[in-house]
Design a protein around this ligand. Sequence first.
Ligand code: NAD
Length: 355
Amino acid sequence: MNYNIALLKGDGIGPEIVDSAVKVLEVVGKKFGHVFNFTPYLIGGSAIDATGEPLPKETVEGCLASDSVLLGAVGGPKWDTLPGNMRPEKALLGIRSAMGLFTNLRPAKLYPALKGDCPLREDIVANGFDIMIVRELTGGIYFGERGFREGKYGEEAYDTECYSRMEIERICKVAFETAMKRNKKLVSIDKANVLDSSRLWRNVVHKMAKSYPEVEVSDMLVDNAAMQLVRNPAQFDVIVTTNMFGDILSDEASQITGSIGMLPSASLGNNTRGLYEPIHGSAPDIAGWNVANPIATILSAAMMLLYSFNLTKESEAIVNAVNKVLEAGYRTADLAHGAPSLSTTEITDKIIENL
Ligand code: NAD
């Protein structure tokens, strides 16, 4: 098959890590008989420098015309003093909204070879953990009615958490289907003891559960979930939650893996076209040195193969190759703790050797 992939390399280490993922995809394509066509588009600071805006029209059009999008990272000190709507990071919200991406999938997995990097006690993570967080991305309090006004005690500000049944149903459908592809365990996280929006959320989850009898579903209050993630992360398989709770919990979950350079993400909408990116930023402190860890971006490409192109074997081949490289003890500087390490291109080549 032929697949058209839009590349948004962005700033800082973005070009280095996207180039690594492209190299891996090209080899996967050759091995499995697919052609991946890559078209680069400008985004973030590099787009500001070239065109005066962080998200040029051609970039949006190119992404919408592609089969899927791979993004590096945007931002850096050079553009930090620009006004909010001209900042590189503004392009991220812009492209997510232009592509209608209402789902954010963030896996948080502790690789056995990287147990030593986990900040949790050894006995807590003895068996590792592998969690998929399904976060609603375009609704809730970040998009609800907001404002400043005069209140009982003078000036006040408010933000509103509001979810429609439709918005909850469509994110829960993704979560149930994700659970079906994994260990069939879904925890829905809300604050139904206080919030009406959470009561509607819970009602929808319970109703939809009837259509997925194989999935074991439970509810958890968000405060308990924050605690359970550090008490016993292995109890989770798939988590589904709102925009704000997902924002906070997915950062917590990523931190307990101990390795920011390892974690991929996917943002999806109503069709198979998605936006795939590492969870870390543009790491300007190490940009241009060929030392960045490209694994989060390479694993983002693996997620693209699975979720956008339904290429399960091909996606697994990448994940297995990464595992083998880590098991063999190869590390980039961020994971080497001062021991000898491989460069971005060297670890990419090791992954390719193991495909
Ligand atoms: P960051 O994630 O870029 O870096 C935090 C630390 O982690 C740095 O020490 C960096 O060197 C290290 N690091 C990150 N990714 C790494 C990798 N792949 N390999 C090795 N080390 C890695 O976060 P920050 O420093 O807070 O932000 C830097 C810039 O990135 C800012 O302009 C910020 O706005 C932007 N940012 C962009 C995104 C995005 O594009 N999605 C996300 C977060 C931050």
